[in-house]
Design a protein around this ligand. Structure first.
Ligand code: SF4
Length: 687
């Protein structure tokens, strides 16, 4: 019988739950991945996606050796090449480009792994030393993050476990059952104890099904709803005057703004019954403790930052922060004392300040020539932890950019994704079972350590090792390029005045809980410049922006373009995590086909029967998928579930063929849910 061991790790995926994993290893082979029962946040439970993690690590289509392109870009034809051969060829090309201008080389990465080491550890050191273009990593949470920064002083909020004690929980823009499962556990406990649960979401999600009330507002109208709630708190005096006086800035200005938003006005903008707004305001104003779980869906529209700011004002108005089960949580990531500089070494820039590209506009940017304003044309792109051809907006342009014959593209990957198809070299990366990493979280306040459970599969190498090897070949001689991964993990929470996390505890238990107060803002002390909740932001006003939150119309407001009368949002399909897991067959089989949920009235008006193949289109492109007549879609809004790999869809496209590269009001984030379309029966299929 083979010896069996269990190794503690951390889920690397872009999910607020950051679960603690236990991997069972028999004879050097990982046979099972389970939730750690000793980690209170995980409680022994993983989602369906990650409980099949061994299926992912040992997937027959996993890339196990370096590959070199032999066919045209996008054809996906490659031949094996040795590591030395690949690294030599890559660094020869990078040296040539860097000699002209290192800013012509750009990284492209996001949260394919959330680990502090395998995400932007050695990679950041490499690009900093090189002087490559910097990247604004904005594709998910930038508007909401900036909103919290301007209002509360950072990505901070209530401790997730105390939602279980709340008496009213407002789940705002989150399909928690699908994407924040461990939070949902706390909601269930609160519900059993008599709490009222309200869901605010344009889509009638699985989560909305289980709530007492669902407010199905139009996409991009959340600020109007929040301002109307504030209006009602004011006119009914459901306010904590003492908290407002002592712990907020800009009350009189906010009051004047909110009084412009009576519920009837907001109801017309949001497309919901006025009575629903009035009832929610009453519940919120009169229930203690009341908690808001805000999530990022609502901020992927033009006014997403303002909307998150308006919502983040609510708990200070009622003094909800006084209780540990009251307040708001969008992200807890700002609670972690990460020493980013020790991991990423910005000092390697040595006084240079390269131009910054925004990952949202990669489609346009790859098609730009050199210019005074843009800087040098992008000549090389190194992609890791991301699949931009599938996930970046307006993918028709992204594909055009990746097709450029003069673009040199290197992709670090587990699989031959849509993006990898366009690579000149694909370098095989390790999965979470095969490398060291350390994790913060954006949904709880524990640090997790990930130890390698198995040796790298095939010739795969950790991202850190790949960038270490590239650095050596580029001639980077700084000692920091020799740091091993355990050293990088230790650096993440090291500080000159002492480590902020006990690394031995991480080695022993796999996780360590940050010391913090149960109700961190009961006495104000927000990490803003004023130390208060800033209803009015002097910092925004100094930038020439509105210092107060307001409702902003979408870039593409419903009714503004007669050719495209439907608003489309594109939330993730339940069994995928952005574009990750789409190639895991057992999960793809559950999803079936790319799907567009459409309300019965909208389908009838277009003669679309349930299950028909439809063409969804706008001025940016066209996408074929299957229509499902569904109560999950509100009239006038269709839900294009994402994010399918293009090549696994019906016609080699996905929903991002339709989304735009416009940016949000704050944070320069994406506007995936600010998108007008039309839908018609697909003629080719209908015949
Ligand atoms: S719930 Fe989230 S953190 Fe937990 S295993 Fe699934 S994807 Fe990972």
């Amino acid at each position: 019988m083979k010896a069996s061991t269990q190794v503690r790790g951390a889920c690397p995926h872009d999910c607020p739950d950051t679960c603690s994993l236990i991997t069972t290893v028999e004879g050097g082979v990982a046979t099972r991945v389970q939730g750690n029962p000793d980690h209170p946040q995980t409680a022994g439970v993983l989602c369906t996606k990650v409980s099949r993690y061994t299926e992912r690590s040992y997937h027959p289509e996993r890339i196990l050796q370096p590959l070199k392109r032999v066919g045209p870009k996008g054809a996906g034809r490659f031949e094996p090449v040795s590591w030395d051969g690949a690294l030599d060829a890559i660094t020869t090309r990078l040296k040539e480009i860097a000699a002209r201008n290192p800013e012509a080389i750009a990284p492209y990465s996001y949260a394919g792994t959330m680990g502090l080491v395998q995400a932007e550890g050695m990679a950041a050191r490499f690009f900093n030393k090189l002087g490559a273009s910097l990247l604004e990593r904005t594709i998910c949470s930038a508007a909401g993050g900036e909103a919290l920064m301007q209002t509360l002083g950072g990505k901070v909020g209530m401790k997730v476990e105390y939602f279980a004690e709340s008496k009213l929980i407002v789940i705002w823009g989150s399909n928690s059952i699908a994407s924040n499962l461990h939070f949902w556990r706390h909601v269930q406990e609160a519900k059993r104890n008599g709490a009222r649960i309200v869901c605010i979401d344009p889509r009638k999600t699985e989560t909305a099904d289980k709530c007492h009330e669902h407010i199905a507002l139009r996409p991009g109208t959340d600020a109007a709803l929040a301002l109307a709630l504030i209006h009602e708190l004011i006119v009914h005096d459901w306010l904590d005057h003492d908290y407002i006086a002592r712990h907020t800035v800009g009350w009189e200005q906010l009051k004047a703004r909110a009084l412009l938003w009576p519920p009837a006005r907001a109801a017309a903008v949001c497309g919901v019954p006025v009575a629903q707004i009035i009832a929610l305001a009453r519940d919120y104003g009169t229930t203690t403790p009341a908690a808001i779980r805000l999530n990022y869906g609502m901020q992927r529209v033009r006014g997403g930052g303002n909307a998150a700011r308006a919502i983040a004002c609510l708990p200070a108005l009622t003094g909800a922060w006084r209780q540990r089960a009251g307040g708001l949580l969008l992200s807890s990531s700002g609670m972690f004392p990460i020493n980013k500089a020790a991991v990423q070494r910005p000092d390697l820039l040595a006084g240079r300040w390269p131009r910054t590209l925004n990952m949202i506009t990669i489609g346009d940017d790859l098609l730009r020539d050199s210019s005074q304003s843009f800087g040098p044309k992008i000549e090389a792109l190194i992609v890791y932890n991301s699949n931009p051809v599938a996930v970046a907006p307006e993918s028709g342009k992204v594909v055009q950019g990746f097709e450029r014959e003069d673009l040199f593209t290197v992709v670090l990957e587990h699989f031959q994704t849509d993006t990898a198809d366009y690579a000149d070299f694909i370098l095989p990366a390790t999965t979470q079972l095969e490398h060291w990493d350390i994790h913060a979280s954006y949904g709880h306040t524990d640090v997790l350590l990930n130890r390698p459970a198995i040796a790298p599969v095939g010739q795969a190498r950790p991202n850190s090792a790949i960038f270490r090897a590239l650095a050596a070949r580029m001639g980077f001689t700084e000692p920091c390029f020799l740091d091993d991964d355990e050293t990088l993990c230790r650096a993440a929470f090291s500080h000159p005045d002492g480590d902020k996390v006990d690394f031995q505890e991480l080695l022993d238990k796999g996780f360590a809980t940050l010391p913090m107060a149960d109700a961190p803002f009961a006495d104000g002390a927000f990490p803003t410049p004023s130390g208060k909740c800033e209803f009015f932001s002097a910092r925004l006003a100094a930038q020439g922006l509105d210092g107060l939150p307001d409702h902003l119309d979408n870039h593409e407001t419903a009714g503004s373009a007669s050719a495209f009368p439907l608003a489309m949002i594109s939330p993730p399909a339940r069994n995928f995590l952005n574009s990750t897991f789409v190639n895991v067959k057992s999960l793809r089989d559950i999803e079936g086909e790319p799907l567009l949920e459409i309300h019965a009235d909208d389908a009838a008006a277009r003669g679309i029967p349930d299950g028909a193949v439809v063409r969804v289109f706008n001025h940016r492109g066209s996408y074929r998928c299957k229509a499902e007549i569904s109560k999950r879609a509100r009239p006038g809004v269709v839900n294009g579930l994402g994010v399918w790999w293009r090549k696994l869809g019906l016609d080699g496209t996905n929903v991002n063929q339709l989304t735009s590269q416009q940016l949000t009001d704050l944070g320069r984030g994406p506007v995936f849910y600010d998108c007008l379309v039309e839908v018609q029966l697909d003629e080719a299929t209908a015949l």
